[in-house]
Design a protein. Sequence first.
Length: 256
Amino acid sequence: MMTVSSPKEDVIHYRKSQSWGYHDKNGSIFFRMTRKDAFIKKDGQSIPYLGQDGRKQKKTFYSEHLNDDGCWVRGLPEFSKAGRPLYHLPDVIRSGKVVIVEGEKAADAAQKMFPNYVVTTNSGGAHAVSQSDWSVLKGKDVVLIPDADQSGESWLKGVASKLGGEVNLSYIDVWALGWNEREDIADHPMTGDEAKIWLAQNRQEYVVEDDELPFNEKKQTKGVSELDWSAVKDALGLIDSGSYENYMAIGMALKS
């Protein structure tokens, strides 16, 4: 399929491509997010516009909700103090195992790959993490799969900060897996069996990182039991002295 990545802005058009409904805990539709994809017209054809980076089709989103007359109107409805419901909320509430991704399209794709999990997302992406109600995940087994870009990094940190200590939290380091910029789980389709193995091999406990370094440059912090004690001993000049208790004390200090 022919694509274009650098037309003049005034010839870019958008058309609706898909909508995703968000429901309350009882399963009633609450609001929906709609995606519009960018294209240009050339020689009588509609050609997808990929944006300046030339990778993925440019898109925009808008929200709609039902008014008192039962008609769809632009904008979000009023929410409780808890915040916006998560995608597939009734299923999320019932399940003990949840995968969270960034975006509804990625969630739908991932649900086919991980049938033993409920896959969800928050509306609004990385910029709206704080506006969703994450309390429904308390006590669950949760895996985060971010997009491989700066927004995905921000989303990952934001969601993890909301869930920290409340769930059994792990994530997939998509940067370590070599995903290209802006790729998400939908760009890596797998069968259910393949996805089960992939998840088991690549999920790791989420560790809160320092904010100074980009996520893909950080290293996982090792626990005390994983440290090379001989190296610690040599580095601190304890070759001929010290004891097991000394090494454990050093390890606890390093951990803190």
